[in-house]
Ligand binder design. Sequence first.
Ligand code: GLA
Length: 723
Amino acid sequence: MSYVSSGQNPVVPPPAGQPQVQQKPDLFIHTGTRNSDLIYRVNGRDGRLYQAYLGTKLGSIESLRQVRDEGHPAYATFGTDNLFEAAVRATHNDANPSLELKYVSHQTENADANVSLTRIILRDPVYPFEVTLNIKTFANEDVIEQWAEIKHTEKKPVTIFNYASSMLHFDANKYWLTQFHGDWAEEMRMQESELTSGIKIIDSKLGTRAHMYQTPVFMLSLNGKSDENNGELIAGTLGWSGSFRFVFEVDEKNSLRVISGINPYASEYSLPPGKPFITPSMIFTFTNQGKGQASRNLHRWASKYGVLDGTGSRLTLLNNWEATGFNFDEKKLAGILDDTRKMGLDLFLLDDGWFANKYPRNNDRAGLGDWQENKAKLPNGITYLVKEAENKGVKFGIWIEPEMVNPRSELYEAHPDWILKLPNRPEHYYRNQLVLDLTNPKVQEFVYNVVDEMLTKNPGIAFIKWDCNRMMTNTYSPYLKDKQSHVYIDYVNSLYTVLDRLRRKYPDLPIMLCSGGGGRVDYGALKYFTEFWASDNTDALERIYIQWGYSCFFPAVSVCNHVTSWGRQSLKFRTDVAMMGKMGYDIEVSEMTENELKFSQTAIANYNRLSDVIWHGDLYRFISPYEENRAVLMYVNETKSKAVLFAYTLNTRYGETFNPIRLQGLDPSKTYKIQELNLSNEGRRNMMMSESGRSYTGDHLMKIGLNIGSATPLTSAVYEISE
Ligand code: GLA
């Protein structure tokens, strides 16, 4: 690590003959986790705050005092001497566009033995403008959360143009950025590239369904590329369900600054005096042990602190979207309730199409916004379905998309002023719908009531799927009037306000986060949701890549995978793929053969026995589908007494063979029995060798390895590994 200053003027000695000003000693602010340190320095000379160190835990921070160079600006401002991207920019009441932040004080509070919060207050020496940097550390998980609070007491509102959550600096020879991008049905495509001089931006400008093209996550490796077990890197993610931005700027000295936060694009914010602007959290882990460790750190953090009820259990379910679409009635649903029970699943999830009467929801062109049961399809309402489910011994869940409206709806007719759309321009649709103006408290009340009234009337509803099927275009909020540049930020904060209120009344109800597939996946939302729909693409081959991508940042307990008929692979392959996360089904059970039904019932029973290991175990990714013709990964429970291994063969060339795979995370001194699960006649040809039934020590499995998987394309194997 070098400590070359960047973005600030060089130190200029006072001209000869002028008195030497007495310099205060530097002050160090030490934050960190079990294995990493993030250390700040208040420079006694200029009173500014610098990042002095970010990396593997130091033996002692005393040596930093010897380093003459101060480091990099902790939260670079605009307008004085910063020559690069700023973390914060504001224009004061007198039109002065500059900001200078000096250290005022700091304080660290320990919430418990694991979590502590350091708050560093910075203030402009001339203007009553203050920024508090928050650094929350999670010692055991090696995770750091950062956010900023910006406020002022000038006479009139101050416009802020930039308001980063976090600014981090790195000094390495090379920087390798792994980003995750895609589109509908092709979420989380992983791509790694070297950062070169200048700026690389990963962002979203979509407002809602904001992560449809880019997900707010990245991995950044220092010096060389990291692999699963080696390499220094940070894995970071922004907890914000709207437009976000990551700026990676490599300067003339090859130092890298990473600025993360809400996308400031077209979003200058007029901040009234006394009201703090609180940024969302940037969450990251630093490790020198590769991408696998980075993911495990984030998973452990997420289970405890990031995902609602992350340490709890989840319901397996049968969804009807792919099987029926909008085309169902009470009788058909009663049959699906029977199927749910027959399969051994916990819950039936009724998807889109159950509501609206004047403009019935029989396709995606009408009805959105009118949340009354459709009388033709459901003459006896939801109440009847909840009861029927109860009679049949399963639970009932329901789909809603309460932030949206079709122009063909009673809601649209009654409240044209509740909709985001530009005056004087034609309406612009996406999936034939528009976004409601959630910045309007009346709309917030409406959205809250959609859920609250439904749950009050039907307390038996045990699950909700909350969808959001479009981004913002032609964006104009009738409510915000002359503050249109607030809309992207206020929308998300309003959504959180509604979700907060709902969660106060319904703290435990499982709710799936969906956004036309994985168009809204982040830890800002996951505080309120127990799980998310990863993608509408349920082709099992595609899913291996999609789920691989999510596994880098999100724990298996939160990733919903359904067995469907979309892919052309065997039922076994599709089942084995869905099993690596939170499993469900979206399939015509009535069309299954006797064999398929039996296979599925056994698989679900296997899953129920092992789901705790999958949801809460440590993930080890052995073979990446991005690098080889197969994907292999394993979950190990905390006591290392049980593991579940998944092996998928994608495509193979003639004569291709696979070497044994050395497992990880087991106890070398324990003896483990290997049992293959989900055996089926179809799709399970040409096994190289079955290890099923054999026992090996952990030492053997981790040093010599296990022969697993077959060389036949689109085959898979699941192994239960038990002490
Ligand atoms: C979105 C979701 C799907 C389904 C449909 C219903 O596309 O991602 O799972 O719920 O909406 O319209």
